[in-house]
Design a protein. Structure first.
Length: 231
């Protein structure tokens, strides 16, 4: 497969055969942006301006806290809270903002996340590269077909991207390949969840009870439905 600066990161994501490749892509990007924002970038004025304005979602606050840089997170929060005071409550002298406008400003503030924005920007470009490679590189098609799973949200995202980035001739074939990965995993998952449920029948209890692959089927089902591992 011909490699270039855009295809190498995508190929590296698809080389492992472990779970959903698009989950791996997102996780890699989230880890990089989280590391970036909790490092020296937090002191860069242009970055701080954006984090003050956008804030973070709860998932990414949790990731930031896991970096064990509590002072760094506190510094980010200090200036973000100051910005929230301005965005939500500040207004013209004497009059200020009405309660309705304050609530609208609060709603807008809660709906944004700096890390989500950065990851979505990068994902859009990497998924476009996935589509280009699948269209033009036989080796990448093989890599794609060898993936063991595709979660439901990323199946939807891939097919949506293919409709925008691929030709009308190849997009349907790509969608079928993605659907095959997603549905094949679902077939095994349904069996494992059903087996888990059956193991609570008194006839299946005992020291020699065969749980098969069902013990973690609840967690895997939640992951497949949401693209996120339950904590």
């Amino acid at each position: 497969m011909r490699e270039d600066i855009t295809s190498i990161p995508v190929s590296e994501v698809f080389e492992p055969k472990d779970g959903c490749p698009i989950c791996r892509m997102r996780d890699m990007l989230e880890a990089r942006v989280t590391e970036y924002i909790t490092g020296a970038a937090m002191m860069e004025p242009d970055v701080r301006q954006e984090t003050n304005r956008l804030g973070f979602c709860i998932d990414h606050y949790r990731m930031m806290l896991k970096k064990r840089n509590r002072l760094g997170v506190a510094l980010i929060l200090e200036s973000h809270l100051n910005e929230m005071e301005k965005q939500v409550f500040a207004g013209p002298p004497l009059l200020g903002k009405s309660s309705k406008k304050q609530a609208q400003s609060a709603g807008r503030a809660m709906g944004s996340c700096f890390i989500c924005q950065q990851v979505d920007w990068a994902m859009e470009r990497m998924l476009a590269t996935v589509c280009r490679l699948w269209e033009n590189e036989r080796d990448f098609r093989r890599l794609f077909d060898e993936q063991p799973a595709l979660c439901l949200p990323h199946f939807s995202l891939l097919v949506e991207t293919a409709g925008l980035k691929m030709s009308k001739k190849t997009a349907p074939d790509f969608a079928k390949a993605a659907a095959a990965l997603c549905r094949t995993y679902l077939t095994g998952l349904r069996g494992d969840v059903s087996h888990f449920c059956r193991m609570f029948d008194y006839r299946n209890t005992g020291e020699d009870a065969d749980w098969g692959n069902s013990k973690d089927s609840i967690e895997r089902a939640i992951w497949w439905l949401t693209s996120r591992q339950p904590s």
